[in-house]
Design a protein around this ligand. Sequence first.
Ligand code: ATP
Ligand code: MG
Length: 379
Amino acid sequence: MKINKKPILFFYALVAICLVELLWWTFLLINSNSEIYEYRNEIIELQRVKAKYELVDLIRSGKFHFKSQPDKIDTSKITAFIENQYPKFEFIFLEEGNIYNSIDLKIKPSVTEKFEDKLHRRWVMFISESSFFVIMILLGIFQIYRSFKSEVDLNSQQKNFLLSITHELKSPLASIKLYLETILKRDLSKEQISEFATSSVKDIDRLNDLVENMLIATKIENQAYTYPKNEINLSVVLQEIIEKFEKSLPETASLKTKIDEGIKIFGDVFTLKIVFLNLLENALKYSGKNAEIKINLEQLGSNIFIKISDNGVGIPEKEQSKVFGKFYRIGNEKTRTTKGTGLGLYIVKEVVERHSGKIQIEPNEPKGTIFNLTFSKET
Ligand code: ATP
Ligand code: MG
């Protein structure tokens, strides 16, 4: 399926533009903030020079001379005057040279510190706000990337599903047709007819299982299935499934069971049967002719444990969470040799969870897979 990448490319370009704009605006803000700081310094310096000239004029007019000693200046009066009129400045008296050279005004350190503090606080504000926006944008991209990827994955899985379902439907139909045509056209012995009929029934069973799996998966997905629960004897149900399954086992395969008797659970027998059958079919399908399958059922306290193990190809660790996905099958449809739709484990997981149970995969030694199911008796 061809995926239209144009919208996503457009989106990435838009995001890149937004990021560049954001960085550019942050840079501009920081820059203008520094410029404002410099202007403020210049203004205050101008105010200082103006105040100094005014002070010199006032001193020359004799406003700050001692009345008793008119040639001497009362510096405490000047200090008080400056504090009152120009609170940003400090008065300095140097006691040498003429009036202009002997006095000075200095910007108070507290004033400079206040400006610097404001400048730094604004820097921090701009940088933290833009970092926040960058993080939000990146989180947004990540989310969109994830949903895009899951859509792509779903697309390819659906493609896989369609390919395999067509094959799964066509091949049993073709063989049933062939068997029937042979029976009709040729004069066959009773044994041969019975052999062909048995094979046809097997194919019909396969078709039936497939349709049932699809129906149940659709019902589960639409939440249309209600899981009618009753108290059931799990030991008996599992034993029945095993007996049905044993018939499909090739002679070279082996099946060992250890089923503790009388284990009861409150559950839906129809879907639980589907769970066991799917797991057993997988164990055989992915282990080949020499499959060694083991099934354990036991109860410890209020917990029920079911273990189904095989000696097959195994499931790599990174695939273990994926195999429960709808239509998910390991590998590529073109290179795969086994048949299937990728619905089995999806149904299994949904059903187990609807029974408040857990399903876990672990590797078998030396090779193969173990499926561990845990149910609580209380549920
Ligand atoms: P179907 O819908 O007919 O069951 P399927 O067997 O391919 O098709 P699932 O049962 O959902 O689908 O399994 C998903 C995939 O997980 C399989 O395609 C297979 O690659 C892998 N898998 C499942 N069980 C086993 C197992 N016991 N050993 C190795 N791989 C397994
Ligand atoms: Mg399967």
